[in-house]
Write a protein that binds this ligand. Structure first.
Ligand code: KIV
Ligand code: ZN
Length: 512
């Protein structure tokens, strides 16, 4: 057993499966670069066979990332595995992660396969994958609810075929820490060739125990890889949160006794990037990355902190990347300074046209806001705020009128496929009037399932960041918009969500 804990980040795959969290190739690439800066060992970049978009995202990440292993998920069949290998061809280190369900419920109701058929498919798939890459991970989906004797047979067979990592998912978040830890230990004790593979834990957070279960898998079970996501992003209640697992193992090194490659200084930036890209806002009291995680409000605590910070603080805010936000640029800053700051923030634009579009949005913002912070720049380039030619709907201008006792009215000018339209409506409030104005033209029929506003850098001078989540015909998309005027931010977010709804996506679900 080694004393190194491998951090496997699946924000871009399992995290992205969260309804509305889907990201573009460029957004994924930007997050992958931040994960590399964070020194995660493995980046699960996507599920290459699920859509052309995901294939391109995995390929772009495999070509760009040099330090971390890049992984693609693949169902246990030759087509998915070949597609994964193809997308990973440019990687410095490539891993194929193949999976098939092994619980009686999943095999019978979902796969309609017998246990022996599943075992054979798992075995053949790992064998096939090992002919394409040296690093193959196998996951028995719904592993925690699988029959232990049967699971031991499957895992022994796939290790014999060359699986280098065995990951045991608690797919539905049913486990409790002690039992999950013992489950992993039992598997490791009973699978005869268990020492030939690294054991990994993958826990969902349906009962709020994903981090605790993962830690038990490590401590009691002897797992040496944890699968996790930034901000705990993921389907339903999410996955094990990277920042929590990393800081638990680091802060309680006395107990866990494990080393990690991670550089925690980049945690907060990664959290902000994921939150701004997906529109999934981090709750203020979230451990490590919540806005209040290091705020000491009560008089007794503040007094103690002033005398000795260790009285109430077990980690230092600056060690995970919380630092006073710097004023980086202003209205007189030129294109080169802007470009350099993008680079320092790890943002690489694909083309000069994109840099130009971002710089023009920056200039526009700097005209209205004297201090531009890193958060503003991130919001500027986070997908939705730079309207690109490929976006079907784009913001042009708007005006609205609201007065106490009067029904608000709004006029919005926007583009549909490059053609300008002007729309007008009244509504319950100015935001409602503006979005209704757009709908008078678009008639999308979409249902709004979330609308939220967040101040990017805290004060009333900050930009408002709005997330709009729309649902239509079973598709759920998020649009994010930022602007010092929250009504404009709302319109931008809405138009961005509409563009996403109208773009064709053909994702295949990894689970279920
Ligand atoms: O939760 C799960 O079972 C998964 C597998 C595909 C690894 O995400
Ligand atoms: Zn999962």
């Amino acid at each position: 057993m080694t004393d190194k804990l491998i951090i496997f980040d699946t924000t871009l795959r399992d995290g992205e499966q969260s309804p509305g969290a889907s990201m573009t190739r460029d957004e994924k690439l930007r997050i992958a670069r931040q994960l590399e800066r964070l020194k995660v060992d493995v980046i699960e970049a996507g599920f290459a066979a699920s859509s052309n978009g995901d294939f391109e995202a995995v390929r772009a990440i495999a070509n760009a990332v040099r330090e971390s292993t890049v992984c693609s998920l693949a169902r246990a069949n030759d087509r998915d595995i070949s597609r994964a290998a193809e997308a990973l061809r440019g990687a410095a280190r490539a891993r194929i992660h193949t999976f098939i369900a092994t619980s009686a419920l999943h095999m019978e109701m979902k796969l309609r396969m017998s246990p022996e058929q599943v075992l054979e498919q798992a075995r053949l798939s790992v064998k096939f994958a090992r002919n394409l890459v040296d690093d193959v991970e196998f996951s028995p989906e719904d592993g925690y609810r699988s029959d232990v004797d049967y699971l031991c047979r499957v895992l022994e067979a796939v290790i014999k075929e060359g699986a280098t990592t065995i990951n045991v998912p608690d797919t539905v978040g049913y486990a409790v820490p002690e039992l999950y830890g013992e489950f992993i230990r039992t598997l490791r004790e009973r699978v005869p060739n268990s020492d030939k593979a690294i054991w990994s834990v993958h826990c969902h957070n349906d009962l709020g125990m994903a981090v605790a279960n993962s830690l038990a898998g490590v401590k009691i079970g002897g797992a040496r890889q944890v699968e996790c996501t930034i901000n705990g992003l993921g389907e339903r209640a999410g996955n094990c949160s990277l920042e929590e697992i990393v800081m638990a193992v680091k802060t309680r090194k006395d107990y866990f006794g494990l080393e990690m490659n991670i550089d925690p200084l980049h945690i907060v930036a990664a959290s902000k990037m994921v939150s701004q890209t997906t529109g999934f806002v981090v709750q203020p009291n979230k451990a490590v990355v919540g806005a209040n995680a290091f705020a000491h409000a009560s008089g007794i605590h503040q007094d103690g902190m002033l005398k000795a910070r260790e009285t109430y603080e077990i980690m230092r805010a600056e060690d995970v990347g919380w630092s006073a936000s710097k004023m980086v640029l202003g209205k007189l800053s030129g294109r080169n300074a802007f470009k350099q700051r993008l680079q320092e923030l790890g943002i690489q634009m694909e083309s000069e046209a994109e840099v130009n579009a971002a710089f023009s949005s920056f200039k526009d913002l700097a005209d209205r806001k004297s201090e531009i912070f890193d958060e503003d720049i991130l919001a500027l380039v986070s997908g939705d705020n730079v309207t690109l030619d490929k976006d079907q709907f784009g913001f042009v201008s708007m005006s609205q009128r609201s007065e106490t006792g009067e029904r608000p009215e709004a006029v919005v000018v926007f583009t549909i496929d490059g053609k300008e339209v002007k729309a007008q409506s009244d509504g319950n409030g100015p935001v409602d009037a503006s979005l209704k104005a757009i709908e008078t033209h678009v008639k999308s029929g979409a249902e709004m399932v979330l609308y939220s506003v967040n101040a990017i850098s805290g004060s009333t001078e900050s930009q408002g960041e709005v997330t709009v989540r729309l649902q239509n015909n079973g598709r759920v998309v998020n649009g994010v918009g930022a602007d010092p005027d929250i009504i404009v931010a709302s319109v931008k977010a809405y138009l961005s969500a509409l563009s996403k709804l109208h773009s064709k996506a053909d994702r295949v679900a990894a689970q279920g």
